[in-house]
Design a protein. Sequence first.
Length: 309
Amino acid sequence: MRHHARPDRSPLRFSTPTLLLVALFPLGCADKTPAKISFTAPPPVIVSGNTVELRAALVNKKDQPIAGMAVFYSASPADVLEVSSSGTLRCLKTGDASLVMAPSGTAGASAGGGAAAGGGVEQTLAVKCRLPTAIELPQDFRIVLGSKPAPIPARVLGDGGVEMQDVPLAMTSSDPSILAFEGNDAKPVAVGRVRVSAAADQIAGVAPVDVVETIVSEPLALADGARKDFKLEPGEYEVTVDMKSAARITQGVTVAWDGAPCDPQPEKPMHHFRCRVNEPATMTVANPAQIGLGARMSGTVAIFRVPPA
């Protein structure tokens, strides 16, 4: 019987050294020239003594990390900002500082003891350290319903009670259905009272804030014996009437109520009081008749619907 030789169809075989050379060839050609330092940027303003990790690394022009090359860090002034050899940043006190990151062994790093050469890449950051000791909010603050969102004034104090102007604050409301925040601007939503907090890390100030509604805010002029009525729906009201006599004599106006258990106000130039209206009622401001001798009274009247006391 005749036997025919079969062709060899087995896979091509290469020696192990050849495969290793092929696998290692790309690594041998990787670009190890530093193009920049990649890092996690610290906050624009640091408001606590907590540590901040920079996570810096040297990368090439393809943003590929370069193995075996270290980043050197230095910070000044040293009493404001410190940085560890691993890139951990910490503010020591309030002040402006500078942070330098450079490949170890370069001109920027050599002064601080850098060792291996790493190219001429260097990053310098301005760092603001603002460490508050107290935050103050106004204690009798009110916002009128319908007004545009606006910030609530807060005073941020540092060491020695020195006020700092550039500290970012986190503003929160105890009830966003009454007062909400859009960024740091307070937006009134409904009449009521909330507690507002202004915080920078662990330091916070808290204060009550009232949202009120303007019912009446207008000039008022009453001749001798004249009066004016104001219709009010159920609610809690704060009333201010401020009048002056045209003849510069001692004279005033009275305030009376119909349909509300509120105390009538005797004649005087200025009134400021609160009243709870349980059902539709009428408030009357009158210039008492002086038998033709009374003077004309002019001024303003303001009525606000307010949260219950």
